[in-house]
Design a protein around this ligand. Structure first.
Ligand SMILES: C[S@@+](CC[C@H](N)C(=O)[O-])C[C@H]1O[C@@H](n2cnc3c(N)ncnc32)[C@H](O)[C@@H]1O
Length: 206
């Protein structure tokens, strides 16, 4: 196995990157939802005056509802949508959140998509609520990684790690573990790190 260490060019540049990174908010409002106002939610709520009632009529992923609840500016927060994503958000507020340990296969996704908002939102590509999160080619690798993360014992985790390593070439080369594919991947990783070290502020994280 190849072990790679990326050496920073100067400490000063690293310090600048860390200082710029401080301004990137890690807060996520609401559910992962296509069209979510996650990035704007706090700004929207900050613009509103305090009130006894706050209504989010097209709540979707409930990002604005979430920010409204956290603001403490409203006596009661009401949220609705024709989509049952709001039911999932309410469940989350009540602490009924799936722990993510269940692997949802492609078949399972299409079987439960219409009746289970957690499966539909969290396991869809780009949270589009339509298509399964992973391509057929990459699914076995992702499943192995998932099972490694949620393994119950260190020994199970070690065995799963081996499986992950075995499946990795099929993912890196897009199906064929040709040496050129590895080289291309390593080269682009190197270029990305160089870019991060040399350019400030760092590229905007999505
Ligand atoms: C862009 S999304 C809202 C995103 C939301 N503000 C957020 O931050 O996650 C628009 C929402 O309007 C909902 N919608 C469309 N027609 C509706 C209707 N007649 N009544 C209630 N909700 C409706 C859709 O289901 C969708 O979730």
């Amino acid at each position: 196995m190849v072990h790679r260490t990326f050496a920073p060019k100067t400490n000063a540049k690293i310090t600048t990157i860390i200082e710029n990174t401080k301004f990137i908010s890690l807060m996520k409002y609401g559910l992962p939802y296509q069209g979510s106002k996650n990035k704007l939610a706090k700004r929207i709520v900050d613009l509103l005056p305090p009130a006894a009632h706050f209504y989010d009529l097209f709540a979707g992923g409930c990002a604005v509802t979430h920010a409204a609840l956290l603001s403490g500016k409203f006596g009661k927060v009401h949220f609705s949508d024709t989509n049952d994503s709001v039911v999932l958000f309410r469940d989350c507020l009540e602490g009924n959140v799936p722990d993510g340990s269940e692997w949802i296969s492609r078949e399972e996704f299409y079987r439960r998509r219409d009746s289970d908002p957690y499966v539909r939102l969290v396991w869809s590509f780009g949270n589009n609520q339509k298509n399964y999160l992973y391509s057929k080619e990459i699914e076995p690798y992702k499943k192995a990684v998932h099972e490694m993360i949620f393994a119950k014992t260190p020994n199970e985790r070690r065995l799963k790690f081996r499986e992950v390593c075995k499946l990795m070439p099929s993912v890196i080369g897009g199906g064929g573990a040709r040496p050129a594919d590895h080289e291309t991947t390593e080269r682009s990783q190197r270029l990305f790190i160089d870019y991060r070290v040399q350019n400030t502020p760092p590229p905007k994280m999505l």
